[in-house]
Design a protein around this ligand. Sequence first.
Ligand SMILES: [Zn+2]
Length: 463
Amino acid sequence: MKKVLTRSLLTWFLALAFFAGLGYFVVRLVTNANEWAQLPMNAHLSANGLARAGAIYDRNGVILAESVEGERLYNEDERIRRAVLHSVGDDSTSIATSVQSMYRNELVGYSFLLGLGLPESFRSTEDITLTIDAEACAKVYDAMAANDYKGAAVVYNYKTGEIICKVSTPTYDPYSPPEIAEGDDTWEGVYLDKVISASYPPGSTFKLITAAAAIEMINDSPDRYLYCEGSSIIGGEYVTCVEPHNEIDMTMAMADSCNIYFAELAVELGAPTMESYAERFGFNQSFSMGNIDIKKSFYDVKKADDAGLAWSGVGQYTDMANPLHMAMICSAIANGGSPTMPYMIKDVSSIFNIGSLTAGKSGQSGRDMMKSSTANKLSDMMRTTVRDHYGDSTFGEFHVAAKTGTAEVGDGTEDGWVVGFVTDEDCPLAFAVCIENGGFGISSAVPIARTAIEASAPAVRGY
Ligand SMILES: [Zn+2]
């Protein structure tokens, strides 16, 4: 009897030890997964790991990356390789938000429980199809490269959320990553996907938010006239316009991009109201696209005096905006107040993992950013800006509603912006373009936006 008891105790002890060990292993695996993945024996997860990884395709089945006989190959056209670099990634994980960094486990068929313990033939490497159109990206890259522009351009379908075109510059060929010498700023921001991970002073594009707050909070504000003499003291500081705009209502102030009109409105609305509207529009909020976090846009006037508040209402002061987020705001204006979440992973070959990989693939809109009547008013103002001020031919055959901006940056340079959407029923595209040091948005960002819209339209029209 005593012998049986001893054996039974021993069995229990062994079982306990086994589960404790297993538990320890699992905890270590979870907490140290990153370092673990960088060990030489786990090289499949890092540099050479892509030698037998799944392929990456654009929306039309164009191969962006594939592994052939142990080698990672990229699209044969160097323009496309450079244009989609920040979406696809290179052999390294330098571009943290690229598909080859974020979804490397899926591409190489790494199983969380089994590691690469399975024989190769049993491993399921996943192919990933993106929503982007490689040729559209290449056309926009060409246009940016021709002008030596640095910055970000994005176009997405505001009905479905599919990103059609996404370009970030400077960029490089994944076959020859740059060797960056210290102090060499030609490559500044090269590893950032600026569409996703950068933010810039929004300048006059922020007038959309100030306008929305005024439309909803101040009776008859869109019809109110103000006389702009080109310069005015607000909160003890001069706020100036490029030229005197004379007698203007809100629509004209939007089209002419009058600083004084919107600076006065921001002060009248007050800091708490401005901040709550900025937050309704997604400033200071986190958004993500699948596993990828989008850089937060920033608006904070808690410590601002009236002059600061005035400048914040025209997108200066400490305001910062992410390009993809600005495109989302335009999607909300186009959709009657409700934004569409953008996404870039169209499809994953395996039926497993779909849940986590395509989590961002909803196209579902979040909380309304504004009342639908406000969205319609903003839409009319943005449409008037293009039709009456720039002329419809600015965007070729497309009817576009847009707001440009020229944002002063701390270093004395000016970034050129344009954000907006196509109003044509059969072409639901929202866009944002920011050109660093581009000067006037109308001369730098707008031509790039036109190229991006023209290149992206066939994808949504289905031809
Ligand atoms: Zn003015």
